[in-house]
Design a protein around this ligand. Structure first.
Ligand code: TXE
Length: 489
């Protein structure tokens, strides 16, 4: 069956190009999918444009759009096992993590479905005269290009698809070329749920070959992108000539600040999850551990001991606690950052080389790695390696902790650990990031906004703002009894 979904029809790529997908855990072939080129992208944008300008979806009442999203949530729950398996084969991540993701994905559809169905119906503006009915309404933004990465393929897709559809917009989705299978699965569910043809379109392929033409097409109104900073800058530049709206989520170098009065065991446990969950391939990973001087030695030793105990393995290995990196090229990038850190004076405390275990030989595995004695000048501290690499820096005062935390061009997330509630709130308010956890790391809920300050991005996903990204506001001024204004007479 062909894999591109354009105007409600499954179709192959122009020229018949395909791409083979292999599991990062052991290199086994997972499937071969169609690879879209510029002609396919143009056709998909045309279908989305037509569905927006002439189709029923943007004109479907909000309550009905909400009901469709709730149907999609139920279908996701029905197909949870198969979709989780597909996600794990594409990404190499543990099956249990993909299953958690599927629960979050269904919850995301449910949240946006409920939010839009409860609709605010616009706002009446008091103009000071009964002769005018003035209201501000929300309308769908139009045709959206949704471009997603490989670390949480279906989850990040859901964060865009669900609000776009809730708003009544139409879209063309381009998932990462490395992890296309669950996007195909989602398109099938949207069609099964009764979404009109052309409202949802799927193209598969590389960034330059498929993603770039999508960001340049003048018929696209908004580009929502999650991925790396360098690509995000390119997407923004490509959107500029036709002044498309852009929403960007571009990762982070997230500080995890631990004061000496923190709950020691909880802070150590969460420092490990913060840095090594999904082998560090998480935009909000707590990669910069900032520890107060007098706790530094004991805390770092405990983190190193914990990191050494983390067992790596493939998606279906019940004893594994983390999986491989996404690709050979990505592992080499992580290795270069670790080597650069050591060359710049960091002290390697654990990890730092490929595993010897023959069972892991065919996968892109890289062990949890801790670098101590780091400084903010090092590239491994400043740039996103996006692997299981934790850097440790020390601070003495609260002032210093805040300065170190904010010494980054990113601003996605961060955490502060302390037993002092006053200090926790002070530090949380001073860390320039879109999410700050106090005595915790990583939880999120679809009701709360997610996104970055500084170069971590533009706009917010999730929460009411996540829906507003896919809407335009319009002021409608209605004079109830027309009469001349008299300005020139
Ligand atoms: O990401 P890209 P890559 C970071 C992480 C990682 C780095 C590079 O640091 O090491 O990015 O990863 C599509 N026009 N994050 O190269 O290139 C691409 O096909 C339009 C953080 O995999 O950003 C894919 O669908 N689209 C991040 C998507 O962009 C283009 C998650 C992301 O790929 C394009 C992943 C172009 N010119 C990586 N070039 C996070 N924020 O969570 C590529 N793409």
């Amino acid at each position: 069956m062909p894999d591109l979904f354009i105007g409600g029809t499954w179709t192959g790529a122009h020229g018949g190009r395909t791409r083979e997908i292999r599991c990062p855990a052991d290199g086994t072939p997972v499937g071969t999918v169609d690879e879209a080129g510029p002609e396919d992208v143009a056709a998909a944008v045309g279908a989305a444009r037509d569905a927006f300008d002439r189709g029923p979806w943007p004109r479907t009442p909000a309550a009905e759009r909400g009901r469709l999203l709730l149907r999609v949530a139920r279908l996701l729950e029905r197909d949870r096992a198969a979709l989780a398996r597909a996600e794990s084969l594409d990404t190499g991540k543990r099956l249990v993590e993909s299953e958690y993701d599927l629960d979050d994905i269904a919850a995301c559809f449910r949240w946006f479905g409920t939010l839009v169905a409860s609709g605010d119906g616009g706002r009446v503006v008091d103009t000071g005269t009964a002769e005018v009915d003035s209201r501000v309404v929300r309308e769908p933004v139009g045709v959206c290009a949704l471009i997603t990465p490989w670390n949480y393929p279906l989850l990040q897709t859901a964060w865009k698809v669900a609000p776009a559809l809730a708003a009544g917009s139409t879209f063309v989705l381009k998932p990462s070329e490395l992890t296309p299978h669950t996007a195909i699965g989602l398109m099938r569910l949207l069609a099964e749920a009764g979404l009109p043809d052309g409202a949802a379109n799927l193209v598969l392929g590389s960034g330059p070959g498929t993603g770039a033409p999508l960001t340049e097409d003048p018929r696209v109104d908004l580009v929502s992108f999650t991925g790396g900073l360098a690509t995000g800058r390119r997407v923004m530049a490509a959107a500029a000539p036709t002044v498309k709206k852009v929403a960007l989520e571009l990762g982070g170098k997230n500080p995890n600040i631990v004061f000496a009065d923190a709950d020691f065991d909880a802070a150590v446990d969460h420092a490990l999850t913060a840095a090594f969950l999904h082998s560090g391939q998480v935009c909000s990973a707590g990669t910069r551990l900032l520890v107060q001087d007098r706790l530094h030695q004991r805390f770092t030793e405990a983190v190193v001991a914990g990191a050494r105990r983390i067992r790596m393995g493939g998606p279906f290995d019940p004893d594994a606690r983390t999986g491989p990196l996404i690709s050979a090229a990505h592992r080499e990038k992580v290795e270069r950052y670790v080597a650069a850190g050591i060359a710049e004076g960091a002290r390697l405390r654990c990890g730092g080389h490929r595993p010897d275990d023959p069972a892991l030989r065919d996968g892109h595995f890289y062990p949890p790695t801790v670098l101590d004695a780091c400084t903010a000048a090092m590239s491994v501290v400043r740039e996103e390696s996006f692997g299981p690499v934790l850097t440790v820096e020390r601070f003495t005062t609260e002032e210093e902790a805040v300065a170190l935390a904010n010494d980054t061009e990113y601003g996605l997330a961060g955490a502060v650990w302390t037993g002092d509630g006053e200090r926790a709130r002070r530090v949380a308010s001073r860390v320039r990031a879109g999410t700050v956890w106090i005595n915790d790391f990583h939880p999120y809920v679809p009701q709360a906004e997610w996104g970055g300050m500084k170069q971590s991005g533009v706009g917010r996903e999730l929460g009411p703002s996540g829906l507003a990204e896919y809407q335009e506001t319009k002021h409608i001024w209605h004079r109830l009894t027309p009469r001349p204004g008299g300005w020139f007479s």
